[in-house]
Design a binder for this molecule. Sequence first.
Ligand SMILES: Nc1ncnc2c1ncn2[C@@H]1O[C@H](COP(=O)(O)OP(=O)(O)OP(=O)(O)O)[C@@H](O)[C@H]1O
Length: 640
Amino acid sequence: MALSSHARKRQLAANLVSERYPRLTSLQRNVFTELVARTAEGWRLAVHTGPASAADAYLIGRVGVFAIVVADPAPDAEMMQAVLRQVDERFAALSLPGGRRVAASAVTPVVIGAPNSAAGPRNSGPFWSLPASRLDQLFRRDAVHLTTKQVTQIAEELRPLLDEYDWPRIEIPAADEEPFELLSAESVAENQLAAAVERPFDTWMTFLHPDQAALATRNYGGPARISGPAGTGKTVVALHRLRHAGRRSTGPLLFTTFVRNLPPVNETAFRRLAPEMADRAEFISLHSWASAFLASRGIRLNISFETSFNLAWKAHSSELPDNVPRYWADEVHRVIKGRGIKTLAEYQRVIRRGRRRRLDNRQRATVWQVYQDYQKNLAERDAHDFDDLLTRALEELERQPLEEPYAAVVVDEVQDMTLNGLRLLRKIAGDGPNQLLLVGDGQQQVYPGGWRLSDAGIPIQGRGEVLKVNYRNRTGILDFARRITALNEVDDLDGAAGVALRDAAAVNDGGIAKSWEGTESELPDALAAAVRDLDIPHGETALITFSNKDALTCRKLLDSAGIATRPIEQHTGETGDRLYAGTVHKAKGLDFRAVLVVDFVRPEPEEAGTEQENRELRNRQRLVAATRARDFLWWGVVRS
Ligand SMILES: Nc1ncnc2c1ncn2[C@@H]1O[C@H](COP(=O)(O)OP(=O)(O)OP(=O)(O)O)[C@@H](O)[C@H]1O
């Protein structure tokens, strides 16, 4: 009976391995046979033939690059560090056409053990540990992100750098060849799945811009900061750095943000990038972290504050210059409590960064009264707000530090943290080398209030970096976003001049931005038509508004048109089946192939004093909304 194509590949591979590598252990022989068999499907393999202290093999495929050691038990720590050093050195020397880099942090180190070792060989440290029976994990469909041409390019550029390696390859006649990367053979359904989950946008997992690659592995003597306009790969670099830091340490890793819905998305991306660290890295919002930390110390706060604030505000509203409680709630949460201000004298001295309404001493005294009444109301109800959560966590950490300190802490979208949040982060991470990385962009601040990193005592001197090349938005989208007049004088989060989106370089051509303007009664038809005209799947599309109420309105409109949506906060980084919808606050940090923005322009009820601040804030929010789109943007303005 004729052998199946898979069996033929294995047989050819087994013959090649026993001829060329006669001195292998039986584990190595079996593993290399499997890997060599893959070379018939486009995988490239380099097998080590030189002296020890190097990876046994490098494997390159559409899911990325692997440095492989085959041993059970896993080699000792010294040997593993030697392999990581080899990866660092070889990939530092590798440069691809167009100047792109394969950062060392993009290479997955794997140790493959005996087939029966359930979770892979023990003590595999920073390596991804797999038993030989689970080799299929290397060929994960959900991680496909390179083209065949890119695989070949990497292999060809790597070849001269790996002179003590042999590049075995088998070929079977084209007629017998199965589709590229068919896994368990044969099933058409599997092949369709591969097409569905392929993620061409994930090339960042392997390729970095030279500036990004440098930051991914740079050694910092203390806390560092990466800023830069939207879409320049700040989060991408942060994820690579987290992996890099994880390789050089054994402690837990923390990735946190101000908003709750981003960490799961970044966790999905990190698991794809660094499967070996999935269990070591915690992805959680700072408030959730604080809450879990306090609970671990037996402290539980009752978070409930709206009634307490409303009562306090009403008691003094006639003495305050305008009638919008939200402005004063922000003043209390982001300026007074967010900065940890303890006395009226201190409040009267503070520079209220980002708050444009000037307050004289008498007005500040009134706001202080609101704050004090608010605190009293909270105390009477045994209730707390989110500021209290962070403050209590800070106090508790000062009383007793973490039992197991983090090896590295990354903070994304740092521009929206409160000052007390920053202080807490500093306490969690410490000031040691490579322990704290702050990532953000002042131009994308969607919450009011402001600080400089130095206000939190975080010393960044000489460790502030700026990224300038936009990878997310196609030129058509970027041009549209650049026209939004969002505070073009940007600071770098520490008082020095930063880089605005206007000055970011674009690398992806094409992209379409369409504008629509009409009344509320015209919106339903226009919106439904815009969605129907999309040639991008709904699961890769988001509808963004600037308030919860507007998001609800638009979801209802789409629902009536038979278009199913789901809240944007349910996005976990996987491609879904329904259109995502939600506010810009929940969309920040995310990207989608298509974005529809519905901007309800209403007459501002505020008095003159807050107008400018509101306008600037709204423009920054508009900028965030527009820069979520990769390929297509529909911008609808609704005038009442
Ligand atoms: N080196 C790269 N190669 C390919 N794509 C990249 C690269 N760097 C970034 N990207 C793409 O650009 C998108 C934006 O990257 P990222 O989210 O890291 O940017 P950001 O600076 O954090 O953006 P924002 O501030 O708007 O949240 C990523 O989803 C990724 O697809």
